[in-house]
Structure formats: structure tokens, C-alpha cells
Design a protein around this ligand. Structure first.
Ligand code: PHE
Length: 373
């Protein structure tokens, strides 16, 4: 091998030893072993040699290539090790720092309250029933003793679909959860032709064309229905009182039952609850007739009208019961202190973070109705 080439190798090795970083090493590699590199050029000359010349020169050229390639790999590894060393020396990890947080969803107050209601009523022996939100006129109105010409229909601001309903009239968005009463009774009769006791609550969405601070076109109700033999208003009052005490977590709940009118209950009872104004806010408790107190309308209820029992396939001389319907959103507002119903359905994550519940929270009353904290 020519001294010229030997010298070039020595020079290359010296430059490699001085190369400060990976870029410098790469530049040297390209110069020697790249497509246009001088060692690559030497390798190409082998092809033009006679077999004898090649036999004589090839080993030296190959050895030169290997020597330079090895030196490059070694210097690269050296630089990488040094870099890692330097990083380890300067980088520290503070294990006392809080872990990074990721965004977390929350349970909507309406869902939370529905869970609480299911829990409370489960303790009282009530099952949860459901029905469709797109409802047949017959279940929403007619079977609830509101035939087509009934004036009470006008109070419901109903959203109708153009489709004709199987049982007559139009399909509609249910305006209350009361059609679940009818569906549940019909279902019960189907399974027990002679009739059977019913104890259900039916929570769900309902729809009315209405919108202001306390009304939204979609809102939530929970229906209650008890059918049995010898059920009377006293059972209704006890059930509502027990439910409200458990829900608001206070023994200080005073109810006032006022005569009212619903086509599907007879007699019908509007239930008010006593409250007191504390720091400008309504706080439940005490008789509404006491000084500084008032009555707040809370829910509609009554003894199920015998015509509804009859239309649901039960014998009203044998079976009777009570029903009630209450706004779930309203219950949530009263218990958790929101004042604008519209914010419930805006989907503003700041509101949800403030009023939402952790999915790990158990309903507050898992210890049961009447349990003391
Ligand atoms: N469905 C009635 C409403 O939406 C409430 C109600 C339910 C009244 C059950 C009596 C019995 O206003």
C-alpha cells in the first residue's frame, strides 16, 4: 500500500480522535467511506485490475477500509457514552413533585340525584322502571284520562311528530313520566292476569316547549307508582316524607298537602314543603306558616284515578294506589344550590367541574333510609 494512503489513514484516525461530536464523525465518514469517499474510490479501482494485481492489493485496501470503519464506530460509541454520562450528571428527577394530572370527567348532578333517588326508593322496596321518550299519544294522554278533547292537554306544550301513532293521534315526545305508570301496570297484568302489587319509580327525560331560568325544553322527572290493595293517602304522605327526609338528609321536613287537579289522579294533591330564608337563600325546614318561612311547591301527586287503573287492565275495585311526579332538576337545584336550570344543559365544563360529582362517590345514602350520619 502506498505511503500516501497510509498517511491518509493516520490523518483520518487523528481527526477522528479530535472529533467533538457525532456530526464531525459523520463528516469524516462521508469523506472516507461515502459514495464519493476516497476509500470507496480505492475499492472501485480493484475492478479494473488484473487478477494478479488485485490479489496483491485487495487485502491492504480492505484492511484500510476496516480500520477506518472500526475507528468511526468506536469514536461514535465513545461520544454517545460521554453524552449519556453528561446527561446523567446534570439531570435530576424530583420524586416529590406531584404527578401530572389528566382531564377528568364528572358525574352530572342530574345523574347523581337519579342515583340517590334509586337508592332511597330501593330501600323502600321500589324497583326502577323505564319507558320510551318518543311516546304514543295514547300512553302520554288518553290512557291517563286525557281524551283528545281534554283541556289539560293544552297545558303540556307538547312536541308532536308528524307520524300517526299506532294507538291513534300523533307520536310525541313524552311531556311527563306518567305514561310509565300505564306501561308498568299493563306489563304487570300481562305477567299476572289477576293483577299484582306494583312499587316503582320511573326516572327519565321529558319534553315541553318552554324555556326560561326555571324551564328548559328537556328536563327530568321521576315518577312514583304504588298499586296494591287498601292503599290510601296516608301511605302517599308517609312515603313522600320519608323520601324527602332521606334525600335532603334532615328530619326537619314539613309537608303541606293541598287539593289540586290532575286528570289521572283523584283526589289530586299538590305537595308543598316548608322553607326558611337564611342569608337570602331558601333553606328547607320548618312549617311554611312560621314567621320568616314560606311554602314551596314541590310535586304533584294523588290517588291513581280508577279510570287509569281500568284502562291499564286492572280491576279498580280490587286494586288502587298512589302516584307522584317530581322534577329531578328541581330537586338537584334545591339540594346542591344551583339557581339557573339552563346551565344544567349548556355542557360548560367549568360548571360541570364545580357542580359535578366524582364517579367514585357513592350516593350519599348508601347506608339506607333513616340511617344517621
Ligand atoms: N305528571 C304530572 C306532571 O308532570 C305530575 C304527576 C304525576 C301528578 C303523578 C300526579 C301523579 O305535572
Amino acid at each position: 500500500m502506498s505511503t500516501e494512503n497510509t498517511q491518509k489513514v493516520t490523518e483520518t484516525l487523528a481527526r477522528l480522535a479530535d472529533a467533538a461530536d457525532a456530526d464531525a464523525v459523520e463528516a469524516i465518514r462521508i469523506e472516507a467511506l461515502g459514495k464519493q469517499g476516497w476509500i470507496s474510490a480505492l475499492l472501485k479501482t480493484l475492478g479494473k485490475m488484473t487478477p494478479e494485481e488485485r490479489q496483491e492489493q485487495a487485502p491492504a485496501i480492505q484492511a484500510m477500509r476496516a480500520q477506518v470503519a472500526d475507528a468511526i464506530a468506536a469514536r461514535k460509541a465513545e461520544l454517545e457514552a460521554a453524552e449519556l454520562e453528561a446527561r446523567l450528571a446534570t439531570e435530576t428527577l424530583d420524586l416529590t413533585l406531584p404527578a401530572p394530572t389528566s382531564p377528568k370527567g364528572s358525574v352530572h348532578p342530574v345523574s347523581q340525584v337519579m342515583d340517590e333517588l334509586a337508592e332511597i326508593f330501593a330501600d323502600l322496596g321500589f324497583a326502577v322502571a323505564t319507558g320510551p321518550e318518543i311516546e304514543d299519544d295514547w300512553y302520554n294522554f288518553s290512557a291517563l284520562n286525557m281524551p283528545e278533547s281534554h283541556p289539560a292537554r293544552a297545558m303540556h306544550d307538547t312536541f308532536y311528530f308528524p307520524d300517526t301513532a299506532p294507538k291513534g293521534g300523533k307520536m310525541l315526545l313524552r311531556t311527563h313520566t306518567s305514561p310509565v305508570q300505564v306501561r308498568t301496570m299493563l306489563d304487570t297484568v300481562k305477567r299476572n292476569p289477576g293483577g299484582a302489587p306494583v312499587r316503582i319509580i320511573a326516572p327519565g327525560r321529558v319534553y315541553r316547549s318552554d324555556s326560561d331560568a326555571t324551564h328548559t325544553p328537556m328536563f327530568h322527572q321521576v315518577e312514583g307508582l304504588v298499586i296494591d290493595k287498601d292503599i290510601h293517602l296516608g301511605h302517599l304522605k308517609w312515603t313522600l316524607e320519608t323520601f324527602l327526609k332521606a334525600f335532603f338528609e334532615t328530619e326537619d321536613i314539613v309537608l303541606r298537602l293541598r287539593p289540586s287537579y290532575f286528570p289521572f289522579t283523584e283526589p289530586s294533591v299538590e305537595v308543598d314543603v316548608g322553607f326558611e330564608i337564611v342569608d337570602g337563600k331558601r333553606v328547607l325546614g320548618g312549617s311554611g306558616d312560621a314567621p320568616g318561612h314560606g311554602w314551596m311547591e314541590l310535586l304533584g301527586s294523588g290517588m291513581v284515578n280508577r279510570r287509569v287503573i281500568e284502562m291499564s287492565g286492572l280491576d279498580p275495585d280490587e286494586w288502587q294506589g298512589f302516584a307522584f311526579g317530581v322534577g329531578v332538576d328541581r330537586l338537584a337545584m334545591l339540594k346542591y344550590g344551583m339557581d339557573d336550570l339552563r346551565a344544567f344543559f349548556d355542557g360548560d365544563t367549568r360548571w360541570l367541574n364545580h357542580y359535578g360529582f366524582s364517579h367514585l362517590d357513592q350516593p350519599t345514602l348508601s347506608a339506607g333510609v333513616g340511617a344517621k350520619a
